[in-house]
Design a binder for this molecule. Structure first.
Ligand code: ZN
Length: 157
C-alpha cells in the first residue's frame, strides 16, 4: 500500500505543478466561484455545455496542492463527459473521500475514479476533504446556477 500511496502522491504533485485545463475557456455557458476559507483555496470554474455534454471545462485560481490537483483531475475527467456521467463520478468520488477511516474502499471503485483515485487518501485528513471536494462543489454551483459563488464554510450552516 505504501508504494501505491507514493505513486498517488506523485500524481497529486504532478497535477499541482502542471494543472490540466488551467485556463478560462473562450466560450462557456456556466461558471462559478469556489472558496474554501479554512485553507485559502479559491478557484473559478467555467464550462461549456452542448446539450448534455460538457464540451469544454477550465479553471483558474490558487490554493493548496490537494485543491489544485483535484480541480485538474476533475476537469480532465469531465471534458467530453455527459452530465449524468459527471454526476455519477462526483457521487463515487464523494463517497470515497467520505469513507470512514478503517472502512475499506473496494479497489474497483478506486480504479473507476481514474486519476481522481489518487485523492482517496484525503479521507484520513478531515480538513483536506474540503480542499479535495471544492472544485466539485463549484461545478455544482455553476450547473445549478442558483449561486455564483460557493464557500465551504457557508455550506455547513
Ligand atoms: Zn486546500
Amino acid at each position: 500500500m505504501s508504494e501505491l500511496n507514493e505513486l498517488y502522491q506523485q500524481l497529486i504533485l504532478e497535477h499541482n505543478k502542471t494543472p490540466r485545463n488551467f485556463i478560462k475557456p473562450e466560450q462557456f455557458t456556466h461558471d462559478a466561484d469556489g472558496y474554501n476559507p479554512l485553507c485559502g483555496d479559491h478557484y473559478h470554474i467555467w464550462l461549456k455545455l452542448d446539450g448534455e455534454t460538457i464540451s469544454d471545462i477550465g479553471f483558474q485560481g490558487s490554493g493548496c496542492a490537494i485543491s489544485k490537483s483535484s480541480a485538474s483531475m476533475m476537469t480532465s475527467a469531465l471534458k467530453g463527459a455527459s452530465l449524468s456521467q459527471a454526476k455519477e463520478l462526483f457521487e463515487k468520488f464523494h463517497s470515497v473521500i467520505m469513507t470512514k477511516i478503517g472502512d475499506e474502499i473496494p479497489e474497483a471503485t478506486i480504479e473507476e475514479l481514474g486519476s481522481l483515485g489518487a485523492l482517496a487518501g484525503v479521507r484520513e485528513f478531515p480538513a483536506r476533504i474540503k480542499c479535495a471536494s471544492l472544485a466539485w462543489h463549484a461545478l455544482n454551483a455553476a450547473l445549478t446556477k442558483t449561486e455564483k459563488s460557493i464557500s465551504t464554510e457557508i455550506e455547513k450552516k
